[in-house]
Design a protein. Structure first.
Length: 356
């Protein structure tokens, strides 16, 4: 189940379950109070009958000074018992008090409460099952829509390959014939942008992670810097990475590097620089550029967020997803006009021999 499907299922289940539980709980509470009221009426009737025949099993009898305003009324004592006073024929000074002890009264109320709690618990189980079925059924249109969307995007990505290969091949042939034509370089850059978009979409749709393998950090960074540096000859780059071996999903980590380094070059200024450093003591991989900076660094991981016409707004969102999957904390510091610094804490994917 995809993350968006899981979130929709949980929210649908919670909404239905909580609303139904609140409604049923309110009804049970009202019924419980009515049952307690009915119990007290039954106790009052038994006391009245007891006052006539004096067959008062379970009740205590006593005599108290007569107060006419309290006669035949069920009252609660300070000790939790309930009682009622009844007049005595030919007696003007005393009344007969019939009392139900606190222990017996509490026992009767607990029996009612247990009965209703058991019914409520059974109702909650039924509501939970119905909520799950309701949420699962409501999820079907979303799942079908996602499946159709993914199939459509995959088909489009596959169809990209032929025209892109043709454009790249012809651009290479034209570059040999017209090495000074700047338009050809722009065509190649546009093709590379489309390829980056294609790779980002593939990574976004990819569901299964590759198995963890070992790789040299410096070699991974060097290859990407050389490739990007060749596409951006006006930008200098350097790296300071001591020997370090990674043990992780190298394909996913490579996508992280591709997006971050590509941003550092693409959004840099003419004559700018890109620097990549690794500190073995803190396990921080630092990518720094001298570009125009970011106005809202806190939003760069939002899907489709971008601050310029370049890019598609998916790259950094995918970087965050991949970092979360590989358990790599990522942070960004940037100010407009002062460049950007991205820090990756790769302690969890370093081999033990690479840690200091």
């Amino acid at each position: 189940m995809r993350a968006v499907e899981r979130e929709s299922f949980i929210k649908g289940f919670a909404l239905y379950f909580l609303s139904m539980s609140l409604s049923v709980g309110t009804l049970f509470l009202i019924d419980h109070r009515q049952a307690v009221t009915a119990l007290e009426k039954e106790i009052a009737s038994q006391m009245k009958l007891c006052s006539y025949n004096l067959q008062c099993q379970g009740y205590d009898l006593s005599f108290v000074p007569l107060k006419t305003q309290n006669l035949n009324l069920l009252k609660k004592g300070a000790d939790g018992s309930v009682y009622s006073d009844f007049s005595i024929p030919q007696s003007k000074n005393y009344a007969m008090r019939i009392t139900l002890p606190q222990s017996r009264y509490t026992q009767l109320k607990r029996q009612i409460t247990r009965r209703y709690l058991w019914r409520f618990g059974l109702s909650e189980i039924i509501i939970a099952l119905l909520s799950a079925l309701f949420a699962w059924y409501a999820l079907r249109p979303l799942r079908d829509a996602l499946r159709l969307t993914e199939e459509f995007v995959k088909d489009i990505l596959h169809d990209f390959n032929t025209p892109l290969s043709t454009i790249r091949l012809n651009a290479a042939l034209l570059k040999k014939r017209l090495p000074q034509a700047g338009e050809i370089g722009r065509i190649e850059q546009a093709v590379q942008t489309v390829l980056d978009l294609q790779n980002n979409l593939k990574a976004y749709l990819e569901k299964s992670a590759n198995r963890a393998t070992r790789a040299d950090l410096a070699e991974l960074v060097r290859l990407r810097l050389e490739t990007l540096g060749g596409n951006h000859p006006d930008i200098t780059y350097r790296m300071d990475i001591p020997p370090a071996t990674l043990h992780t999903d190298i394909k996913a980590f490579g996508r992280i590097l591709d997006n971050l380094l590509n941003n550092a070059f693409v959004h840099n200024r003419p004559g700018g620089s890109v620097t990549v450093r690794f500190d073995p003591r803190s396990a921080i991989l630092r990518i720094e550029d001298t570009g125009r900076g970011i106005q809202n660094p806190g939003r760069v991981f939002e899907r489709f967020y971008k601050e310029s016409s370049k890019g598609n707004g998916l790259g950094m969102h995918i970087v965050k997803k991949l970092c979360d999957a590989l358990k790599i904390p990522i942070s960004i510091q940037s100010r407009p006009g002062h460049g950007t610094v991205v820090e990756l804490n790769i302690a969890d994917i370093l081999t033990s021999t690479s840690r200091r």
